[in-house]
Ligand binder design. Sequence first.
Ligand SMILES: Nc1ncnc2c1ncn2[C@@H]1O[C@H](COP(=O)(O)OP(=O)(O)OP(=O)(O)O)[C@@H](O)[C@H]1O
Ligand SMILES: Nc1ncnc2c1ncn2[C@@H]1O[C@H](COP(=O)(O)OP(=O)(O)OP(=O)(O)O)[C@@H](O)[C@H]1O
Ligand SMILES: [Mg+2]
Ligand SMILES: [Mg+2]
Lengths: 256, 256
Amino acid sequence: MRTIAITNQKGGCGKTTTAVNLAAALAMRGYRTLIVDLDPQGHATLAMGAVPEHCEWTIYNVITRADVPLAMTLRPTPIEKLLLSPSNVLLSGAESALAQMSDREYVLRNRLDAVAHRFDYCIIDCSPSLSLLTLNAVIGAGEVLIPVQTHYYAIEGLRQMLETVDVVRERFCPSLTVAGILLTLAEHRTLLCQQVEEQMREYFKDLVFKTVIHRSIRLAEAPSAGQSVITYDPRCSGAMEYTQLAKEICYEEVRV
Amino acid sequence: MRTIAITNQKGGCGKTTTAVNLAAALAMRGYRTLIVDLDPQGHATLAMGAVPEHCEWTIYNVITRADVPLAMTLRPTPIEKLLLSPSNVLLSGAESALAQMSDREYVLRNRLDAVAHRFDYCIIDCSPSLSLLTLNAVIGAGEVLIPVQTHYYAIEGLRQMLETVDVVRERFCPSLTVAGILLTLAEHRTLLCQQVEEQMREYFKDLVFKTVIHRSIRLAEAPSAGQSVITYDPRCSGAMEYTQLAKEICYEEVRV
Ligand SMILES: Nc1ncnc2c1ncn2[C@@H]1O[C@H](COP(=O)(O)OP(=O)(O)OP(=O)(O)O)[C@@H](O)[C@H]1O
Ligand SMILES: Nc1ncnc2c1ncn2[C@@H]1O[C@H](COP(=O)(O)OP(=O)(O)OP(=O)(O)O)[C@@H](O)[C@H]1O
Ligand SMILES: [Mg+2]
Ligand SMILES: [Mg+2]
């Protein structure tokens, strides 16, 4: 199982939108895929059509109790090969619970190992913070994908994010890699976005995915229908771009 | 001094953009205004033209050391009546430091008291989390302004945010009020935004400001020039809307 954590401490850069639609695109291409919602907001859970408060077993139970395996939380989604491990607001209590544990940075990694044989890909959605919970996601995954809006604040945050990745690699996870930097919420016509994209590609070179996700209202509508954009409107630009990203992630041919 | 914390655990809903431009609009109307950057990302500091890493004294020192008064951190901004208390990445260490203190929820409130006589308004920018640091901002302010993007995930988050405000009022700050809910990043032409706005006004009634902040690229450009939009492009829609918000906050006539 290849696991990728979708993370960036900058808020609103498209982490959940990327986690949900990349996982959906991978499942539609035939890969057995797991999406783990590691954000107490429960937005990935909502996007998959589940109601966070109604989920009896969530990732919170898995992290705080040794007798609840990840497999117990798995729920079906609108896509056959995609399963969800949901979260809800209880997860905000995990931070202090984790802090008391001896193996506190590796809890999620140990829990993911138990289901690794069942999936080809695992995508983890993170909250906008560099908490112990997010650290668990990054170490558990061993690979991070960093969505970055093509705006000024986002560039500033990226430098800090990459420094954090280096620290985590040194102290906890020597094999940690960056799957890539994904440009999101891009707007064709604005100069600011074009300038930011140019700067990103110049500075970070191949680390930046060829695929760019542009602003498209269909991407914001899909979660209110409890679906990924891939099933909500398969022919819209958002669905095509996330499908292209899935191909790029799987090292298949990228049609630029 | 009237203090307002700009907060919402949902990321990217326009907290920093609102804190910076509301503070600037209040100062331009002649009020002595302080903006406090309580986010380790340091984006409000950047938007005021300062370099977070170069600030010798920041709000982190004020929170963690009794011998550093808030007054020591104050720096000028491009607007005469507006002063900044900056932050940088060191602030992410404040959470664990606060947890050890006996009066840990009230530290910022005590520090703000010392400068209250010098300002008419104080605006606090928060990070996208419900941490001890954000709790300090909410208790220190006694009033919260909640920016909400007119999208699906944002509505879900608002319910949780208002529940949190109720809990904080009961346990820590009986006089805590909601200054208002501010609709941000609104798009005139999309059905989703119109539907969300209608639902918000129906459900939350007068709690929602009359002023709505629409998406405008000038608002995203201004921080890269180290300025608020009020001085960057005073005639653009973003500047007009934040000026109108300042009037609404000050209970002056709102021209709808
Ligand atoms: N490409 C896009 N086009 C249009 N809207 C988008 C796009 N990507 C994300 N959005 C919308 O923008 C908002 C922010 O995106 P999202 O919630 O995925 O970001 P996030 O990084 O997960 O936020 P948080 O930091 O709160 O976890 C959401 O309302 C989402 O629907
Ligand atoms: N009305 C607007 N029109 C256009 N762009 C905007 C508007 N408001 C905010 N932005 C841009 O959207 C992005 C998110 O806004 P901002 O950073 O202010 O949100 P935030 O809630 O402070 O984010 P965080 O959760 O990371 O603290 C920024 O790049 C900002 O420049
Ligand atoms: Mg999210
Ligand atoms: Mg901010």
